[in-house]
Design a binder for this molecule. Sequence first.
Ligand code: PHE
Length: 340
Amino acid sequence: MLQILNTLQEQVLTKLPAISTQEELVVYKNSIFGKNGELTEILKGVKDLSIEEKQTIGKATNDMKNSLAAAFDIRSQAIDAAEVEERLASEYTDVTFPIADTGIGHLHPLTQVIRQVEDSFTRMGFEIRESMEVTNEYKNFDAVNIPKSHPARDMQDTFWLEGIGNVLATHTSSMQNEIYKTHDLPIRVVIPGRVFRNEDVDATHENTFYQVEAIVVDKGISFANMKYTIRTMLSDIAGKEVKIRLRPSYYPFVEPGADVDFSCPFCDGTGCRICKGTGWIEFMGCGMIHPNVLREGGIDPMVYSGFAFGFGLNRLAMIKYGINDMRYFQNPNVAFLRQF
Ligand code: PHE
């Protein structure tokens, strides 16, 4: 009997390495250990042995059975390991590998414009701070010279949040105070961000849109510095030199304040559909930062001066891409988005 078992063991040990999948292994194991398996059949003979034989041979067969079972386990582990190896080799992904241009998806037109604006400011030495979407009454209004009773609060219809005077930022100017308080001088910061106004939505008004604020504070900053910065940025974005003109205007946080028009880059000022025949595009607000605003930010207006300007990015994208309805920006309309 031992003889037969030895032959079986040899057979199994030569066959096992040739088995490469768990499925095959299970089938094979069954053919040895199963109910009618070869080993089981042989072991059935043990009961016919004499008592002495049972003691010696019985133990030997048991050992043999255990060592065969162990051989199967080892093979099973080896198969698992080989599978892992193979998957590692065949499914390896180089996440740093540049992908081919699949034509699937691209940046949203607003994101493209934000990046162009940021590029222009970065080249001029500005740093970028993103605007907070949730702010408070103090930063959005009081700190930028719009006290409670001030009619200018009505200029911007506000989404008030429940509780402790929190609001959704109605303009990126809500970031000014914090920056004055926390930033070392001089300050040259550009602040893109999402702002919210409780307005009726139409082709030129949205309740949610993007603005960019730029602020500069240093000793001896003048209106001329502001004009230069604005013209440089607008020329960068238009891709050609534009002219600007400033019209006196009122914003509580600047004095003097102005509105900026730039010469229409589509017709170079001769008049077209985009500039409605005027040759100029009305674009944004600007001015020298009001002394009250600097003071509230902990900056002495007798020593330092600065300018600020702010504009709507949606409007910039509309001009740049000839989009005639602001509502498209928040609309996941693929036919619209594919055009940019
Ligand atoms: N905060 C103003 C607005 O939302 C824009 C502005 C910013 C005007 C800075 C002047 C200076 O309309």
